[in-house]
Design a protein around this ligand. Structure first.
Ligand SMILES: Nc1ncnc2c1ncn2[C@@H]1O[C@H](COP(=O)(O)OP(=O)(O)O)[C@@H](O)[C@H]1O
Ligand SMILES: CC(=O)OP(=O)(O)O
Ligand SMILES: [Mg+2]
Length: 398
């Protein structure tokens, strides 16, 4: 079988994930993560040939430095020759981009113009594309959008109740994000449940640094919790999620804050970090709440779980029935505590889980943790990189 290796670059809000995926064999020959570990520490971990290697990066972490280290590793290990294309995660596609798109100068200019719609993400995505264009000028580069999967939402779900001209003239509407993840785990769920995706009504719950839920009816996204930007919806690591827009007017008009200060506060200093005053990292907060009895950490996790449970119940309004709930993302895949806190607030929907199965569902294990007659509650590791590799490959094949 001919090798069809795609390099996938997923520049996130605070880390960079990457993978070399052969779409013909489904083999992931290399994968890894680059991230800032603390105020004075940053590293890149590369898993290659079954072995994990970690290299330090300059403490002033940025995606360019991480990508330079990745590209050097690929060159040193003679891995560049096999790559046929590069797939990039791009978070916001605006009204213009619904399908995987071959990147050229015009597309780059348009992507840059979308940066202010996803300030934590699109600028980072563009850094990844620019580094890859410089290193692999002759290879096709494809943008795969987080927003694409949610294009099937009906207008009652994506329109805001504001004057119509805001949608018509300024494209103000709900877009939704994490689309590749919601798509991937819903298909994995169909396989696990041994059902056709067309026959299923699901709520997917992606809980990572960014968190969003989607209502998926017959395989299509019909509602989602994020909005015009990835700031909306449930409580997140550093983002506030839904908030009365009146708070922004009040802070800027009466409390002396500039618009930029409020923007930074709501995107980078809120969520679990803002509420706890300790950390945006769920592991740290669980340790503080459960081992150290820290009330602020407990409160942050309570607000987090409550907003997710409420949003999950809201998602069911768009479904004809509820066959299953799927937890994914770093928190959804690993935190039995958060899953338990969410599910115990969903008794009215008949949702119940087995505590022992819940405790077993960690570190990449796919498991149905529900107890009959509850709808299925699945823990499914996401794989955004696999979806991006596949869609990139399909596009370059024509
Ligand atoms: N074992 C664990 N228990 C609880 N939370 C975890 C665990 N492992 C990872 N997480 C949390 O997952 C989150 C990061 O999720 P991830 O999906 O990797 O992020 P990103 O959105 O950047 O891709 C962090 O809040 C981290 O604390
Ligand atoms: C859209 C979004 O929130 O992405 P991430 O989870 O990577 O921050
Ligand atoms: Mg993520």
């Amino acid at each position: 079988m001919t090798k069809q290796t795609i390099l996938v670059i997923n520049c996130g809000s605070s880390s960079l994930k990457f993978a070399l995926i052969d779409v013909a064999t489904k083999e992931e020959s290399l994968s890894g993560l680059a991230q800032r570990l603390g105020a004075s520490d940053a590293s890149i971990t590369i898993k290659f040939n079954g072995e994990k290697q970690t290299f330090s990066l300059a403490a002033s972490y940025n995606h360019q430095a991480a990508l330079a280290a990745l590209i050097e590793f690929l060159q040193t290990n003679s891995l560049t020759q096999s790559i046929v294309a590069i797939g990039h995660r791009v978070v916001h596609g605006g009204e213009m981009y619904h399908q995987p798109t071959l990147i050229n100068d015009e597309v780059m200019a348009q992507l840059k113009s979308l940066s202010n719609l996803a300030p934590l993400h699109n600028p980072a995505n563009i850094q990844g594309i620019e580094a890859a264009l410089a290193a692999f000028a002759d290879l096709p580069q494809v943008a795969v959008f987080d927003t694409a999967f949610h294009q099937t939402m009906p207008n009652k779900a994506f329109l805001y109740a504001v004057p119509q001209q805001l949608y018509k003239e300024h494209s103000i509407r709900k877009y939704g994000f994490h689309g590749t993840s919601h798509y991937f785990v819903s298909r994995e769920a169909a396989t696990m449940l041994d059902k056709d995706i067309e026959a299923l009504s699901l709520v997917t719950v992606h809980l990572g640094n960014g968190c969003s839920l989607a209502a998926i009816e017959a395989g299509q996204s019909v509602d989602t919790s994020m909005g015009f930007t990835p700031l909306a919806g449930v409580t997140m690591g550093t983002r506030c999620g839904d908030i009365d827009p009146g708070v922004i007017f009040h802070l800027t008009t009466h409390c002396g804050y500039t618009v930029e200060q409020v923007d930074t506060m709501l995107n980078k200093e809120s969520g679990l970090l803002g509420l706890s005053g300790i950390s945006n990292d769920c592991r740290t907060l669980e340790d503080q709440a459960l081992e150290q009895n820290n009330p602020q950490a407990k409160l942050a996790l309570d607000v987090f779980s409550f907003t997710i449970a409420k949003s999950l119940a809201a998602m069911t309004v768009s479904l004809s029935k509820l066959d299953g709930i799927i937890f994914t993302g770093g928190i959804g895949e690993n935190s039995d505590y958060v899953r338990e806190q969410i599910v115990k607030q969903l008794a009215v929907l008949g949702v119940a889980i087995d505590p022992e199965l819940n405790a077993q569902a960690i570190r990449g294990k796919s498991l149905n943790i529900a107890t009959a007659p509850s709808p299925a509650v699945l823990v499914v590791p996401t794989n955004e990189e696999w979806v991006i590799a596949n869609q990139t490959h399909q596009l370059i094949q024509g």
